[in-house]
Ligand binder design. Structure first.
Ligand code: 9C2
Ligand code: ZN
Length: 434
């Protein structure tokens, strides 16, 4: 085994919301990478974890050691001096890379910033396993839908005025204060923006702190309204009646159905991405995605979930900014440190330190692509097609790579990927540089 190009077998999570058995991209990837693994066709396969997070290890196929152990025993070689210097003493990869395969909606959730992450972990290490923040980015492998961020204030006002069930929970007083108090088109961080945020917090807090029995009754009324009177939603979002009915089958009469009225509904086409800063409410609804995050599993949840809910912290942590859907999406740029035949060579570069993701796609003719060395650790996964991967000028390092195969690449290692003709060959590579 080359210490610089390490093939990994990665672990997975069977969370309830995952796609079932072999229909899940996670199950397909795991099985294609190791045919001896048997897939249980009755179980959900939700998340594939690639990295050094201790909860779900990635294992070097050649020697059975975890990537965590390998990094611990050779931090300079596998992380590089600059990464150790920048990210401090943990001596682990600063990002966690995942594949998610989503059948049912994930919890309505947000992730803490660094300060809150440390605080939650100290108070409640069982529910908050990491002393870290968890900004995250999603890139659609198949068409994807999700909830992300609060809607622009004028849209929330319109929803309050149009949907009587929502207004009856929020109450006349807060609803009127919201509708008359909001300032559309407020510039970021202006006093108008701050007062918009306070108004959104009032509405969301009232919703989240309403008695469970009232919520289930009102959620039921909302679903009935979508069936009897879908026209009501026409000017807010005509997709809502079908969506609310679908989610109600997954989580009957859940508070999440009501939150869906004030949070943006986002659709990503295959290959598109979005970035989620700390303290932004979100819930993924369907599709297969690549996800990259700071190395952490801290999730604060409030609906659509059988897991631990923490409404108090969720309501107090959110930043309450409101943006149109288009602003949540990321614009990738051309990745210039790679050249060759790939038809797509893009980088998604979010405004945080821990990770970026390179997207590489070949057409059915195949071809080869060269990548300059990266001054930090990286992990690459193929999501479609097949080919080979090798360290430049080291023919002995050449290995097969196909759908679901995962490789760790050490810092400052030049690699080439050669795509077979046939199925479009697609890879994603997460990396960090100081
Ligand atoms: O693993 C989520 C998974 O916590 N996606 O959702 O199971 O907690 O509802 P549940 C996490 C994933 O990486 C994520 O944050 N937005
Ligand atoms: Zn999340």
């Amino acid at each position: 085994m080359s210490e610089k190009l390490i093939r990994l077998q990665c672990g997975y999570q069977n969370y309830d919301w995952g796609k079932i058995g072999s229909s899940s991209a996670v199950a397909q990837f795991v099985k294609n990478s190791d045919p001896s693994i048997s897939i249980d066709e009755s179980k959900p396969y939700a998340e594939l974890w690639m990295g050094t997070h201790p909860s779900v290890p990635s294992i070097a196929i050649d020697n059975g050691k975890t990537l965590r152990e390998l990094v611990e025993s050779n931090p300079t070689g596998l992380l590089g001096e600059s990464i150790i210097k920048k990210f401090g003493s943990s001596k682990q990869i600063p990002f966690l890379f995942k594949v998610l395969s989503i059948e049912k909606v994930l919890s309505i959730q947000a992730h803490p910033d660094k300060k809150l992450g440390a605080q939650l972990h100290k108070q409640d290490p069982k529910n908050y396993p990491d002393d870290n923040h968890k900004p995250e980015m999603a890139i659609a492998v198949t068409d994807f839908e999700g909830f992300c961020g609060f809607k622009p204030v004028d849209q929330i006002a319109k929803t309050l005025e149009t949907i009587p069930v929502l207004k009856s929970i929020i109450g006349e007083e807060i609803a009127n204060e919201f509708v008359s108090g909001i300032k559309s088109n407020a510039t970021a961080n202006s006093s108008d923006d701050e007062s918009n945020k306070k108004l959104i917090q009032k509405v969301f807090s009232k919703l989240m702190n309403t008695d469970d029995s009232v919520i289930s009754q009102k959620a039921k009324e909302l679903v009935e309204e979508t069936e009897k009177n879908p026209q009501l939603f026409k000017d807010i979002d005509p997709r809502l009646p079908e969506l609310i009915q679908r989610l109600n089958k997954q989580f009957p009469n859940d508070i999440g159905l009501l939150s869906a009225l004030i949070i943006n509904y986002v659709e990503l086409k295959k290959g598109e991405g979005m970035f989620l800063q700390a303290n932004i409410p979100h819930a993924y609804i369907s599709g297969d995605i690549i996800e990259c995050m700071a190395a952490s599993d801290n999730v604060v949840r409030a609906g659509f979930t059988p897991k631990f809910k923490d409404v108090k912290n969720l309501v107090s942590m959110l930043t309450y900014g409101s943006e149109p859907v288009e602003d949540q999406k990321m614009q990738p740029s051309k990745y210039t440190k790679s050249k060759g035949d790939a038809k797509v060579s893009n980088i998604f570069n979010p405004p945080i330190e821990e990770f970026s993701v390179i997207q590489t796609e070949f057409d059915t003719k195949g071809g080869s692509q060269f990548f300059q060395g990266i001054d930090g650790p990286s992990i690459i996964i193929a999501t479609n097609g097949s080919g080979t991967i090798e360290i430049v000028n080291h023919p002995a390092s050449k290995q097969k790579i196909s759908k679901g195969f995962v490789f760790f690449v050490a810092p400052n290692t030049e690699i080439s990927i050669i795509a077979d003709s046939g199925d479009e060959f697609i890879t994603y590579r997460a990396f960090v540089e100081a």
